[in-house]
Design a protein around this ligand. Structure first.
Ligand SMILES: [Zn+2]
Length: 302
């Protein structure tokens, strides 16, 4: 296990305990590190930085071990992907006027590439994805399969100034080195290019109300951001924050029930039954506690 520091303050000086470790035996399986799985209250010890408010897991598994778990993780969300893609595309349409051009778009952690197809539909001339899970990449449609690199996102994969937009959906709070990732984004973006991220908002009332029972208190999350800490880490890495907003997700009722703070035993019985019923497949939209943020690469900032 590896000790972590606040990604904004670069120190553990102001740490306050938030939740005791709840890992148990066999916490680290590729099933548990699969995207959009049903949360099961397994998590690291969590602390909050009293200086900036950023929440983080500490200590966490070594980075190489985490990379191995994500590489072996499975694609378990084929049906939900359609709904997620619809939501992300809706917000992409709103963000487009802020981009310097509809040139090349990169998605970090693109899974089966369901969003990349939407980006092509919206007029991007070229799309690229990076995804560590072989299972997910193999499920990609022929239209985008060759545009996806089977790898973890890192320096050296793409030329400098190559993209007009870099996206990440439910990815950023999984990153061990968010500052390094944002610096890599800077290098591969053209000046004025955008980062566009959507993920959990630790400051949303749903998560504050549920506390440790919130689905975001989960072993997959290294850092948990709210609107303010998310804006701070973008500014720290030389981005101008153009927009921060609450995200309204639309998913079938069976998916929402999997995320609900119910005992695992009840969910194991309930979710498959809802999945097979007309009521359970009904799609419902609400603000479940996600944020979106758009940052613009300002080359004059270090
Ligand atoms: Zn801090």
């Amino acid at each position: 296990m590896r000790h972590t520091l606040c990604a904004i303050c670069d120190t553990d000086r102001w740490d306050r305990p938030l939740h005791a470790e709840a890992l148990g035996d066999g916490a680290f399986t590729s099933e548990r590190f699969s995207a959009r799985r049903t949360p099961d209250r397994v998590h690291y010890r969590m602390v909050r930085c009293a200086n900036c408010g950023l929440i983080r897991s500490d200590p966490v598994l070594e980075e190489a071990e985490l990379a191995r778990l994500y590489a072996q993780s499975h694609l378990t969300y084929a049906q939900e992907a359609e709904f997620a893609g619809e939501t992300y595309a809706r917000y992409l349409r709103e963000v487009l006027p802020l981009a310097p051009a509809q040139g090349r778009l990169l998605e970090i952690g693109c899974g089966s590439g369901f969003f990349l197809e939407r980006a092509l539909d919206l007029g991007f001339t070229e799309v690229c994805g990076v995804e560590p899970s072989r299972d997910a990449v193999e499920a990609a449609s022929p239209r985008v399969r060759d545009s996806i690199r089977l790898d973890g996102f890192r320096d050296g994969l793409f030329p400098e100034g190559h993209f007009s937009m870099v996206c990440g959906f439910q990815v950023f709070d999984h990153l061990v080195n968010p500052n390094a990732t944002l610096q890599t984004c800077r290098r591969i973006l053209r000046p004025g290019g955008l980062v566009f991220l959507i993920h959990h908002d630790a400051g949303a009332w749903t998560h504050r109300l549920l506390g440790e029972r919130s689905p975001i208190i989960d072993v997959e999350h290294i850092y948990l951001y709210d609107r303010r800490t998310m804006a701070r880490i973008l500014v720290k890495n030389g981005f101008d924050v153009l927009r921060v907003f609450a995200v309204r997700n639309r998913y079938p009722i069976y998916y929402w029930s999997g995320m609900a703070p119910l005992p695992s035993g009840i969910k194991r019985g309930l979710v498959p039954r809802l999945r097979n019923s007309a009521l359970g497949r009904l799609a419902v939209a609400w603000n479940a506690g996600n944020l979106g943020i758009v940052g613009c690469f300002n080359p004059e900032k270090i």
